[in-house]
Ligand binder design. Structure first.
Ligand SMILES: [Zn+2]
Length: 135
């Protein structure tokens, strides 16, 4: 006998989402956690990147220097060293690598990427984790 939960999950994952709808959801997510939706910082040595918090020192430094490369220390590296207990193995083995794969073209070249519910979801999770807004 199939459980209702399974059916619902399946139905949900097949429901078509428009790019507009997903962009809206993404904007709302970023607004809620006060992330600047248009500003990435990228770190050359570890190849990490993430969007920065609004009104943060990093946001200011990027705007002042006119460069979004290697601004300050990498918050993702910091979180991996200090906030790793917040996340499970699944996060480090799949979610985080997927985030870095999916959003790299946008972070590095400003390329418009094809959004999926999964992508929107993991971006939110990763950024909340980096910014200590999981709870
Ligand atoms: Zn890093």
């Amino acid at each position: 006998m199939e459980t209702i939960t399974e059916n619902n999950t399946q139905k949900d994952s097949y429901r078509p989402y428009s790019q507009l709808e997903l962009r809206d959801k993404r904007n709302n997510n970023m607004r809620r956690i006060k992330i600047n939706n248009d500003l990435y910082v990228l770190h050359d040595t570890c190849r990490h990147f993430y969007k920065v918090k609004r009104y943060s020192k990093k946001e200011r430094d990027i705007k002042e220097s006119g460069s979004n490369y290697n601004v300050g220390n990498c918050s993702l590296c910091w979180s991996m060293k200090n906030n790793y207990r917040d996340m499970d193995e699944e996060f480090f083995e799949n979610t985080l690598p997927d985030y870095l794969d999916i959003f790299y073209p946008e972070a590095s070249d400003g390329e418009k990427i094809h959004l999926t519910p999964y992508a929107v979801d993991i971006e939110n999770t990763v950024l909340r984790w980096i910014n200590n807004q999981l709870y």
